[in-house]
Design a protein around this ligand. Structure first.
Ligand SMILES: [Zn+2]
Length: 314
């Protein structure tokens, strides 16, 4: 039997056939074309599944389950997508719609949870009872995994680390609140603060890395300039690290997981980021003599979305 994993994004639908051991046996993808009615998108998802299964030399009878990672909030029990801003979906009966085409068990979860699950099966948090993954991308995602299962809470909001309030009345967030983690610990935050430095210090290292064009400032230009010791870039980077350490401390105080995994585009800063956060953490830690969660970088790449979704059915 094989497990189907679907990574449903605002741009692409990626589908994979995954073995029990986590190997990706076949893949297909299609454009999401998010402005379409959801029924058309689900129909294409089902077609992709059958194409991938055929490509793997298998049939529908070999499918154990279908897992779907969505960029939004799911009601896993009811198989509903409660809210998905990218797709404009509200209360979409995704499981029921998928089962019209392929009558197998269907599991739905948030994409950040699914990435955390993939790491806990086949990545850096494998073998640990509890883990929390923080995805540092355009926004900040979070996934909690306990004993091989994602924890999404009573209302599907569990693990929404990006929208914990860090700064009361702080920077406005896309979620409607102010001062969310995501406003201070994302690639978007690095860019916002990096550009501010460029306005104040037009000769700073960030501006140089961006080739003198402020519109080319991105997370990498900031990180690269910080690595070279540029004062402006270090101000931005140190603020990022401080807020990330605060976030990790809040997670530790509420969940105390075995391991905290940093993933997403900004985590490509590697040990430079990891070591800086590890050095900052003890400042905020309660009961300083207690051991703290292990901190590590995510190991899986793009395939984590498919493989993690597939493991929802395990
Ligand atoms: Zn928010």
């Amino acid at each position: 039997m094989v497990f189907i994993g679907i990574d449903l994004g605002g741009t692409n639908i990626a589908v994979g056939v995954v073995s029990e051991a986590g190997s990706l046996l076949a893949e297909t993808s299609a454009k999401t074309l998010a402005e379409r009615p959801y029924k058309e998108i689900v129909k294409d998802m089902a077609a992709c599944v059958m194409k991938a299964v055929t490509r793997a030399g298998l049939t529908e009878a070999d499918i154990q389950s279908i897992g779907i990672g969505i960029p939004g909030v799911a009601d896993a029990e009811q198989g509903l997508v409660l809210n998905c801003t990218n797709l404009g979906w509200i209360n979409v009966p995704l499981r029921e719609e998928m089962q019209k085409y392929i009558n197998k068990p269907v599991f739905i979860d948030n994409d950040a949870n699914v990435a955390a699950l993939a790491e806990s099966y086949f990545g850096v948090s494998a073998g640990y009872k509890s883990s929390v993954m923080i995805t540092l991308g355009t926004g900040v995602g979070g996934g909690i995994v306990i004993n091989g299962r994602t924890w999404t809470g009573a209302h599907g909001r569990g693990g929404e680390i990006g929208h914990m309030t860090l700064v009361p009345d702080g920077a406005p967030c896309t979620c409607g609140n102010n001062g969310c983690v995501e406003r201070y610990c994302s690639a978007t935050a690095l860019i916002r603060l990096g550009k501010q430095e460029c306005y104040s210090f037009p000769n700073c290292g960030i501006m140089q890395k961006a080739g003198g064009n402020i519109n080319k400032v991105n997370a990498r230009t900031v990180i690269d300039a910080a690595k070279e010791g540029d004062a402006s870039a270090l101000r931005v980077f140190n603020s990022f690290v401080k807020y990330l350490a605060l976030t990790i401390n809040n997670i530790t105080s509420s969940l105390d997981p075995d391991i905290i995994v940093l993933g997403g585009g900004v985590s490509h800063a590697g040990d430079f980021l990891l070591n800086a956060v590890a050095a900052e953490l003890p400042r905020y830690q309660m009961f300083k003599a207690l051991p703290i969660p292990k901190l590590a970088l995510a190991r899986l790449g793009n395939e984590a979305g498919i493989v993690g979704a597939a493991m929802l059915g395990k």
